[in-house]
Structures are given as structure tokens and as C-alpha cells.
Design a protein around this ligand. Structure first.
Ligand code: ARG
Length: 254
């Protein structure tokens, strides 16, 4: 009998441990005056470190504008891409803005905001290299590990998909001739090629993806506040100004 009681207690204790909420609710965040924002820092022009080691980019400006709209001071934390959503659920930051595509798979683990922009994938290669999806058959494709780019590459019947911790790593291997093609975001591709004046070709846009901010699973008050703040900056001109600054156009989803 005693044993059964102990067992029940154990199950209860561990059960509630597992259930314990590891996030700060919006009222708790408000009280602290600070909001912790996670991003990667290697996805130019969305989130990257400049020469003085400061976080810059569209994601950073939007994150700061959201914080300001909420009356909170932003505190940024850079985190590796492939474990960022896990860290989010562990309470390492209040929300994440790192150009995550909203996918059904990820939406099982975290809660996404309304999309804050829309974009799509392209193929980048050396002149004479793959330019269309059909060209990718039997080729070696490079993509950042754990991205929609990696997933997207699978359908083209490549010889191999090589994965990289960051997008710049994949670009480096393309330039070294270790991969035939790099699949990435259209804006990231354009930025890399233009800013470094690289002799690379960029394909047409291959798909459309909706990009969202993420909060820990179940953090519904914070999610509602973020969605409201996004609505606000999209109607008061702040969003448009930030988008124009980085892209010369408004990249919100149509
Ligand atoms: N949108 C793509 C995805 O969600 C790529 C995002 C990459 N972001 C980054 N910070 N490296 O998989």
C-alpha cells in the first residue's frame, strides 16, 4: 500500500514538473519592464552582427519596434539556429524573431505570431550551374541545417544534401566548389551576391513562405500582445519605414 502511495506521489511530482510553465506571462514581462528577444545573428539582411559586433537587420528593427510598441525595453540574446525553438520553450527568451517559416511541424512545438513578412526560396549557383529545380537532379545541394531550405531541397532528387550550421557556411562551400547549388532565401541570396559582388547566379523565386515570430507553447497573453503590436506598427507606418530601409519595398504578406 505504502509503495502505491509513493508511486502516485512520484508520478504527480514529475507530472507537474513536466507541466511547469517555463515562460514568463505578459503581465510578468510588463512588470519587469524588459522583454528578452532571441535571434540567430547569421542571416543577413534579417539578423546579423555588424563589424562592431552589434545585432542588425530587419528582424532586429522589427523586434525593437514591437518592444517599443509594448512599452518594454528589448534585451537581445543570440542563439544557434537549430536549437532556438527548444531554448524558447525552456524560457531562455520571451519571444524569437529569426525569420522562422510558419510550418505545421514547428507549430506543434511553439506558437507563431501572424506572419510579419512573406518570402521564398531560390537556388544560387556558379555560372553554368543549376538554375532551375530540374537542374538539381543528381546534384549536391547545400542548405542550412533544420531550415525549410533543407526540407525543400529533398524533393528535387539531388545526389546529396549537405547541411550547414549557418547560411554563410553554405555560401562558403559553394564558392569553394564543394556544392553545386545553395538553397536559401531570396533576400539573403541577393544580399550575399550584391554586397560581395560575387559571380553567382540566382534563380527565379521557387515558392512562398510565411515568416513568423514565435513564443513558447501556450504563452497566449504574450502572443496576443505581439500580434496587436504587429498590427499597430503595420498601420502606423513604422513597419513600412523599416521594410523600405532594408529592401526598398514593403515585404509584408499580401
Ligand atoms: N525561413 C527559413 C526557415 O524557417 C530559414 C530561416 C533561417 N533563419 C536564420 N536566422 N538562419 O527555415
Amino acid at each position: 500500500m505504502k509503495r502505491i502511495v509513493w508511486l502516485a506521489l512520484l508520478v504527480l511530482a514529475f507530472g507537474s514538473l513536466g507541466m511547469a510553465q517555463k515562460f514568463r506571462t505578459f503581465p510578468e514581462i510588463k512588470k519587469s519592464g524588459k522583454i528578452l528577444i532571441g535571434t540567430e545573428g547569421a542571416f543577413k539582411p534579417f539578423n546579423y552582427f555588424d563589424d562592431e559586433n552589434h545585432l542588425k537587420g530587419f528582424d532586429i528593427d522589427i523586434g525593437n519596434a514591437i518592444a517599443k510598441q509594448l512599452g518594454l525595453e528589448p534585451e537581445w540574446k543570440a542563439h544557434a539556429w537549430d536549437t532556438m525553438l527548444i531554448a524558447l520553450n525552456q524560457g531562455r527568451f520571451d519571444f524569437v524573431i529569426a525569420s522562422h517559416t510558419i510550418t505545421p511541424e514547428r507549430a506543434k512545438a511553439v506558437d507563431f505570431s501572424k506572419p510579419y513578412y512573406c518570402t521564398g526560396n531560390v537556388i544560387v549557383s556558379k555560372p553554368g550551374g543549376p538554375k532551375t529545380p530540374a537542374d538539381l537532379k543528381g546534384k549536391v545541394i547545400g542548405a542550412q541545417l533544420g531550415t525549410t531550405f533543407e526540407e525543400f531541397a529533398k524533393q528535387f532528387d539531388p545526389k546529396q544534401i549537405k547541411t550547414y550550421q549557418t547560411n554563410p557556411d553554405a555560401l562558403q562551400d559553394l564558392l569553394m566548389g564543394r556544392i553545386d547549388a545553395w538553397i536559401t532565401d531570396q533576400f539573403t541570396a541577393l544580399e550575399a551576391v550584391k554586397s560581395r559582388n560575387l559571380n553567382l547566379q540566382i534563380s527565379d523565386l521557387l515558392n512562398t513562405e510565411k515568416i513568423g515570430m514565435a513564443v513558447a507553447k501556450g504563452n497566449s497573453l504574450l502572443l496576443a500582445a505581439i500580434n496587436k503590436a504587429l498590427d499597430d506598427i503595420q498601420s502606423n507606418g513604422v513597419y513600412e519605414q523599416i521594410s523600405m530601409k532594408w529592401f526598398g519595398k514593403d515585404i509584408r504578406c499580401k
